[in-house]
Design a protein around this ligand. Structure first.
Ligand SMILES: [Ca+2]
Ligand SMILES: [Ca+2]
Length: 331
């Protein structure tokens, strides 16, 4: 009589975690802030610079050194915008280095009440106090009635001639006194020279409201990810072979079940030279046997033991050890 005992190596479970952070922009209630680009412009939320709060918008263009068609903008879009005739205050804060593109502001107007902009009131680049750009500090631009750098654009043609704010508002009121401001944008590019240095924009003011370009707060997320579970079970803890004469072969079998979460690879060894030399698992010697079991699967293992002539009568004991590891090939 001979017997075997099975052993199994099991893997530990590990807990891992990771965090993701997202940033969502907001402005004052009734409006939202969005970023827009044309061609190679770049508009991003910046946590490095802020006039208020923790964020501003960084606008930049490629360093072409010439007038470009690229543009980068931040737009405050209104859920229900004010009538143009009621707008008497406009402002924004900007921060730049020498050589930055100069920011400009414009209003997207809906003059025919279809909720889509069809004309634009543009404060053109070039007020004398801003042409040199800022030199590193935050500067506020505000609507000044004397500035005659305003234009009307759209719907079909190029800019109108320049004028002061109140005159051009009056011109649009002739088209429709109920023209609505859909968006207020601050932009760089689209015809202006730029040397590749970013401009930061924050706190766009329209009448009594200031739209702080800001994060709504970080959303921290966390998910625990379990390590792959490598686990098998055997349907028996011992095998007692029937008595056998030297020169004969005796057999038995057992089943291995994959209890884990992944496909596993199997191999085996024994603690006995006798079994190493004379036992086969599914016709393979112990040392060369290997197999795999998919998640949830099982495997029938047929054992055959040959007892050579000359083997002394008695009981030969040993242990068959099944090794299991996560398969490199997973479905
Ligand atoms: Ca801010
Ligand atoms: Ca329209």
């Amino acid at each position: 009589m001979k017997r075997k005992i099975f052993s199994v190596l099991l893997a530990m479970m590990l807990m891992l975690s990771f965090s993701l952070m997202t940033v969502a922009p907001v402005a004052a209630s009734g409006a939202s802030a969005g970023l827009q680009i044309v061609n190679n412009g770049s508009a991003t939320w910046s946590g490095d610079q802020a006039h208020s709060g923790n964020y501003s918008v960084e606008l930049s263009l490629p360093n072409s050194g010439t007038r470009v068609t690229d543009s980068a903008r931040v737009a405050v879009s209104f859920d229900s915008g004010p009538l143009l005739s009621t707008v008497d205050s406009l402002s924004f804060w900007w921060r730049a280095e020498s050589g930055s593109g100069l920011p400009y502001l414009y209003l997207a107007l809906d003059t025919d009440n279809n909720q889509e902009a069809d004309r634009w009131l543009i404060w053109n680049i070039g007020p004398a106090d801003d042409t040199g750009g800022s030199t590193g500090g935050w500067v506020q631009w505000t609507l000044a009635t004397a500035d005659d750098n305003w234009h009307i654009a759209g719907p079909d043609g190029p800019y109108s001639s320049t004028g002061i704010w109140t005159d051009l508002v009056a011109d649009i009121a002739v088209i429709n006194p109920d023209s609505v401001v859909v968006e207020v944008k601050v932009a760089i590019g689209e015809g202006s020279t730029n040397l590749g240095t970013p401009v930061y924009i924050d706190d766009i003011g329209v009448n009594d409201a200031v739209y702080n370009l800001e994060s709504s707060g970080d959303v921290d997320m966390e998910v625990p990810v379990l390590a792959d579970a490598v686990s098998i079970s055997l349907d028996t803890a011992s095998i007692l072979f029937a008595g056998v004469y030297p020169g004969d072969t005796v057999g038995d079998n057992f089943t291995i079940t994959n209890e884990g979460s992944v496909r596993v690879d199997l191999s085996a060894e024994t603690n006995s030279g006798f079994y190493d030399d004379n036992l086969t698992l599914n016709t393979q010697s112990v040392g060369s046997w290997s197999d795999s079991i998919a998640e949830g699967g099982n495997l029938l293992v047929n054992l055959e033991l040959y007892v050579p002539h000359g083997t002394l009568a008695g009981v030969i004991t040993g242990t068959l050890i099944i090794w299991v590891e996560r398969s490199e090939t997973q479905p």
